[in-house]
Design a protein around this ligand. Structure first.
Ligand SMILES: C[N+](C)(C)CCCC[C@H](N)C(=O)O
Length: 264
């Protein structure tokens, strides 16, 4: 199994994240401090995404990354490979994402003198507390919603990227850096726009039982959120998700393509 896509996915995910961090911080009003935890987790997850995507395409079309410019895969194959990568990365992402959401929703520890101490002292303490209270399954709370969010939307992600690259690149040639940046950026926006409704639900399920009320399941969460807050609830965070998605995914794809090119 070719491994360089995993390594390139690892590095490019970390680079994309450095760029996205200020946006995440704005989204959280400064609650999410420190970058080592998100970098480590996104690098692993992005490595799984790009590695599985490329190997799924290899299985479907019998072409390696280098051969795919001359023999471009069909969009159906790109979509299936993207969904496969998305499905598997969702399971790796689930515990990290749960911890991120739990820490984000914590009130500022130094907010007011006399306010209660935060429930979680940091990512490791958060993981350990959830594990102690609920066992390993607790760390996968909301994983089903996350999988539903990521499987089709990562198919869309790679189809958008491929489609845009092919629009601006003569047949058989490698897309220019400018094209890769723009295609990667728009791939990120498109997939985040499609993912936002389930992103809202996913985060609520991950918080269920803490601040949020407990839900009977994914459908119950969707229906009761829409009933109480209107359909607009499904678009919460859309603007900030899209603003963050462009630079993060432009840099992710650019570094991914460059790393693979330089390794031959
Ligand atoms: C599928 N969905 C849109 C949810 C995520 C897309 C992941 C791409 C990148 N790691 C990022 O954080 O933007």
């Amino acid at each position: 199994m070719p491994a360089e896509e995993f390594v390139a996915g690892w590095i490019s995910g970390a680079l994309g994240l450095v760029l996205g961090h200020p946006f995440d911080t704005v989204k959280l009003l400064g609650f999410f401090k420190g970058m080592s935890f998100p970098i480590a987790s996104i690098a692993v997850v992005n490595s799984v995404l790009f590695g599985v995507y490329s190997n799924a395409l290899l299985a479907l079309t019998a072409t390696s990354h280098q051969e795919r410019r001359a023999q471009p895969p069909s969009y159906t194959h790109v979509f299936i490979a993207g969904c496969t990568g998305g499905f598997l990365q969702a399971y790796c992402l689930a515990p990290f994402d749960l911890i991120k959401v739990r820490l984000q929703n914590q009130t500022e520890p130094r907010a007011k003198p006399g306010s209660p101490p935060p429930r979680y002292r940091g990512p490791v303490h958060c993981a350990a507390s959830i594990f102690q209270a609920e066992g390993p399954r607790g760390l996968f709370r909301g994983a089903w919603a996350l999988t539903l969010r990521d499987t089709p939307t990562l198919g869309i992600y790679f189809v958008t990227y491929e489609w845009l690259c092919r629009q601006f690149t003569p047949d058989g040639q490698t897309p220019s850096s400018g094209t890769v940046l723009v295609a990667g950026g728009f791939a990120g926006i498109t997939s985040w726009v499609a993912a936002t409704p389930l992103d809202v639900i996913k985060s609520r399920m991950q918080m269920a039982g803490l601040k949020q009320r407990a839900y009977g399941g994914l459908l119950d969460c969707m229906v009761s959120s829409a009933r109480q807050e209107g359909l607009g609830v499904f678009f919460r965070g859309l603007t900030i998700n899209s603003a963050r998605a462009f630079p993060v995914n432009a840099v992710t794809f650019l570094s991914y393509e460059h790393l693979l090119l330089s390794w031959g």
